[in-house]
Design a protein around this ligand. Structure first.
Ligand SMILES: O=C(O)CCC(=O)C(=O)O
Length: 356
């Protein structure tokens, strides 16, 4: 068994590969043909776009219509994009652009925060420990925000100097939005309005941020910025780079390229919500393609249940016709289950069903 305190091979920064100007990417970034992106086959449809002002506006029929839109999106897509979510436009732009600045610091500055697989916190370039694995074309920065006992204060970049202040304000707003959506999902599922909030641990929820940096890639048809996966946690809030698309969502047998809207935030259902909803809501596979001419920055905020709480399908959703599909386990145990199996290139939560 590999010691999880270090990477199995020397870490190479994808940004350095991109900056080298080579026109050919190294073999270890080349995906097998079945996983390579088909760059121009995405149909002209987008994930649902939902105006969240319907939740606060005071007009009852607007609220009902908004709840319905969210319910349909969670059942049919597992993904939607929200606007009028309550985060100031300057905060949304500021959070993304300050991280872009960080990635444009010199390599010496960034290396001070190099991460290890023990906590993943800091500056990284690979996920997973499998020696010889085919790697993704991206670097990232990973930070724990909640619970605050997990926060490694030494991992906050010192520069840009306002980064921490901006990111803490952004984080607070994401946690607020997470709690709003937990209530909406509970109501839409016919559960008590605070069911999911309690199931997630109330004040003790987990929240962590992965900032993804996808450098320009000379051969985008051969690789991926992030391989296909579903998110293991509760809800993900993704702030995309609004000028560069890249996120693709699996729908039936096709990959839909998401077209980001200005100041919008993309929401997706994670595996834990699929479990609690007993598969009424879907945790859907997604991946990222890269671009030959443009870099891309995205902020993925993972809003998760407290790690040692038992997670299981809500008893109110279990009937004779819809028996429980999943076994009870904590989020910690689930993460271990995933890490032991390694990335499977597909939704991992489906493989729990047989144990339900
Ligand atoms: O960069 C993106 O658009 C998606 C990122 C993502 O799926 C992730 O960080 O898990």
């Amino acid at each position: 068994m590999v010691c999880p305190c270090d990477w199995p091979e020397p870490v190479v920064r994808v940004q350095s590969l991109s900056d080298s100007g080579e026109s050919i990417i190294p073999a270890r970034y080349i995906k097998p043909p079945s996983d390579r992106p088909s760059l121009n086959s995405s149909p002209d449809i987008n994930i649902p776009l939902i105006d969240l002002s319907g939740l606060t506006d005071g007009d009852l029929s607007f609220r009902e219509a908004t709840l319905k839109q969210i319910s349909d999106a969670c059942r049919e897509w597992g993904f939607f994009q929200v606007i009028n979510h309550g985060l100031r436009p300057e905060l949304v732009d500021g959070a993304r652009e300050i991280w872009r600045e960080f990635f444009h610091e010199s390599m010496d500055v960034k290396q001070k925060y190099a991460n290890s697989p023990k906590t993943y916190e800091g500056y990284g370039s690979r996920l997973g420990l499998q020696k010889g694995a085919v790697l993704d074309w991206s670097d990232y920065y990973f930070l724990h925000y909640l619970p605050s006992s997990l926060k490694d204060h030494n991992k906050w970049p010192e520069n840009p100097s306002s980064l921490r202040e901006v990111v803490e304000e952004y984080s607070k707003e994401i946690v607020r939005l997470g709690n709003v959506l937990l209530e909406v999902f509970s109501i839409n599922l016919g559960l008590r309005h605070d069911y999911l909030r309690n199931a997630f641990g109330g004040e003790d929820v987990g929240a962590c941020l992965r900032v993804n940096f996808y450098p320009k890639c000379p051969q985008p048809d051969l690789t991926l910025g992030l391989s296909s996966h579903s998110d293991p946690g509760g809800i993900t809030f993704l702030l995309p780079d609004e000028n560069v698309s890249g996120l693709q969502v699996r729908r039936d047998q096709q990959w839909i390229t998401v077209k980001p809207v200005r100041h919008g935030i993309i929401v997706n259902i994670g595996d834990q919500i699929q479990v609690i909803s007993n598969a009424i809501y879907k945790s859907v596979e997604h991946r990222v393609i890269v671009n030959p001419n443009k870099e891309r920055v995205s902020l993925a905020y993972f809003f998760n249940p407290k790690s040692n709480l038992l997670i299981h399908p809500a008893p109110g959703l279990i009937t004779r016709e819809t028996p429980s599909l999943y076994p009870t386990m904590t989020f910690d145990e689930y993460r271990l289950f995933i890490r032991t199996r390694g990335p499977q290139g597909k939704s991992q939560v489906e493989s729990l069903k047989s144990r339900g």
